[in-house]
Design a binder for this molecule. Structure first.
Ligand SMILES: Cc1cc2nc3c(=O)[nH]c(=O)nc-3n(C[C@H](O)[C@H](O)[C@H](O)COP(=O)(O)O)c2cc1C
Length: 234
């Protein structure tokens, strides 16, 4: 893929940019990372508010603390899987939550020293993407259900970071696990009270790239006119 390619290259990037969680030891230049952020900043956001703020975490102590926060949440995630429930579903029942909690010890026992969660503090680049809740356009804020529209103003930026990184030979993954420990992260990074943590992003040169992504077909999630309408087809 060329850096400023045409339509073919864009299509290829959209179809083949998978998560990368294993990196070579090659460090990432600050100049390259700057270029990635400089390209990612053209992401859309509600009202063009651009509520993002990025902390590039280099300090070893900070990284370890973030890694520990991530790992703690990761054990919760695995516990949900072991319990057979969807991890962190906003619609989870009390029974689902209790079932996951019941698998916490089993999840801890499955920890591998060389896993991504266990070694997060060592990734070549660690970014914490934060968001100013005070300027976020959250159009669903008054609805009587779980609120998520605000995320639409921040995750396109995070995804742009990953696409811009891909264009420069890097790979990475956006993660949200550590948000479960947001108070700890906020204190650690000195975030003002109106800021939330949107993602911890890992970047680096990939050891390998999976370009054969598993995704549902359009006909499985697109219908005509109503939810139960006919499957949309070309
Ligand atoms: C909002 C969001 C949150 C995610 N959080 C995590 C995470 O905390 N940890 C992680 O390893 N991957 C995380 N991912 C990556 C997903 O696991 C990945 O996109 C998905 O499994 C598809 O895998 P693939 O890219 O290898 O095809 C996240 C992705 C998104 C979009």
């Amino acid at each position: 893929m060329t850096l400023y390619g045409g339509a073919m290259e864009l299509s290829e990037a959209l179809r083949t940019t998978g998560s990368v969680r294993e990196f070579t030891a090659q460090p990432v230049d600050d100049a390259l990372l700057f270029d990635v952020l400089d390209e990612a900043r053209f992401a859309p956001s509600g009202g063009n508010r651009q509520a993002w703020r990025v902390v590039v975490v280099k300090d070893t102590t900070q990284r370890r603390a973030i890694g520990e926060a991530y790992l703690d949440a990761w054990h919760d995630y695995v516990a949900h899987l072991l319990a057979g429930v969807i991890p962190f579903s906003p619609l989870a029942s009390d029974e689902d939550r209790a079932a996951a909690q019941g698998q916490r010890a089993a999840a801890l026992a499955r920890s591998r020293p060389d896993g991504f969660a266990e070694t997060l503090s060592e990734v070549p680049v660690m970014l914490v993407v934060c968001v100013d809740l005070g300027v976020l356009a959250a159009t669903d804020r008054d609805l009587d259900r779980y609120h998520f529209a605000g995320g639409a103003s921040i995750y396109p930026f995070v995804w742009n970071i990953l696409l811009a990184a891909r264009g420069r030979g890097l790979g990475g993954v956006m993660t949200t696990m550590a948000i479960r420990k947001e108070p700890l992260l906020s204190e650690l990074l000195g975030l003002p009270a109106n800021y939330a943590v949107a993602s911890v992003v890992a970047l680096g040169y990939p050891q390998r790239r999976n370009t054969n992504l598993t995704r549902r077909a359009v006909s499985e999630f697109t219908t005509l006119d109503t939810f139960e309408g006919a499957a949309f087809s070309a």
